[in-house]
Design a protein around this ligand. Structure first.
Ligand code: C2E
Ligand code: CA
Ligand code: CA
Ligand code: CA
Length: 278
């Protein structure tokens, strides 16, 4: 029987290999992350520019790996999408958010929360049924939950996505197109979907107070979106000048570090108590 010998070079991991090894480790350990209680949700407030209040938050997933530490969601979500474990994460996330909404509701905080869905969630035929059962279990009005989905996720399989979004819309959930402006779809295409909101990608918002081109893009997006009956959200609002500019342009909701960074669920009530409407 031939024994396989390790090639000496294999003992030295080069940058590429190290990166690959990290990916394999993360993909493997993601399987147990839910069961081990390593995941939690952070919540980031959105301000309504009409009244300056916070009635909505976005739920963002967090993972602390036992040996690798904090893993950014951009990294582990895309690995989960490619390795097929995103459905499991999304199911956990939706149940966790609904349980949290229920707990806040008991304490008199009647927030609504936006959750992020991936391409494979949007084509999942069971998703609307699953969500309906969660809303019932936690006694939540459907309007308490909204969905954020990117245009590229929807465009991967428009027909399947359309039927899921229709079902969610019929359930009474609001739907937002996330990272708007970074994809290739037109507003005309997006308008065929049951969409209520556009979230202007932070790449257009971060420097809106200094980059004239960004200001032009954002202002025409708001105008066009409004004329199609959509509500506009700006993410990545990092300073007062940007916030004032966006309010003046008629942007409906502001989200960004200037309002608050994403925070653990148990910090949100105190944050809300201390927040003075803008
Ligand atoms: P996203 O949905 O576009 O989320 C917005 C990201 O921008 C968040 O990063 C948020 O922390 C960050 N952000 C918010 N305000 C500011 C700001 O003022 N300045 C800057 N520079 N950044 C800001 P985060 O939490 O790292 O999430 C990254 C991405 O991971 C999300 O982008 C989303 O695509 C994905 N993600 C996070 N949680 C989930 C989830 O539960 N499910 C799915 N499918 N994807 C998720
Ligand atoms: Ca989002
Ligand atoms: Ca976004
Ligand atoms: Ca994003």
């Amino acid at each position: 029987m031939a024994r396989r010998h390790r090639h000496p070079h294999q003992r030295y991991l080069e940058g590429q290999d190290e990166h690959h090894l990290r990916q394999l480790t993360l993909i493997r350990d993601l399987q147990d992350a839910v069961g081990n209680g390593e995941l939690w949700m952070a919540y980031q407030p959105k301000v309504d520019t009409r009244n300056g209040r916070v009635e909505q938050c976005e739920a963002l997933m967090r993972w602390r790996h036992p040996s690798l530490g904090f893993v950014p969601p951009d990294e582990f979500i895309s690995l989960a999408e490619r390795s097929g474990s995103i459905g499991m994460l999304s199911h956990w996330m939706l149940a966790n958010v609904c349980a949290q909404l229920h707990a806040w509701q008991q304490r008199g905080y009647h927030l609504s929360v936006a959750v992020n869905l991936s391409a494979s969630d949007v084509v999942d035929r069971q998703l609307a049924t699953y969500l309906a059962s969660l809303l019932e279990r936690y006694r939540l009005a459907p309007a308490r939950l909204s969905i954020e989905v990117t245009e590229s996720a929807v465009m991967q399989d428009v027909d399947a996505a359309m039927s899921t979004l229709m079902a969610l819309n019929q359930l009474g959930l609001r739907i937002a197109i996330d990272d708007y402006g970074t994809g290739y779809s037109s507003l005309a295409q997006i308008k065929r979907l049951p969409v209520d909101e556009l979230k202007i990608d932070k790449s257009f918002v971060l420097a809106i107070d200094s980059q004239k081109d960004d200001l032009t893009i954002v202002s025409s997006t708001i105008e066009m979106g409004h004329s199609l009956g959509l509500r506009l959200v700006a993410e990545g609002v990092e300073n007062r000048a940007s916030a004032e500019l966006l309010s003046k342009l008629g942007c409906d909701y502001l989200q960004g570090y200037w309002v608050a960074k994403p925070m653990p669920a148990d910090e949100l009530p105190a944050w809300l108590d201390n927040f003075t409407p803008l």
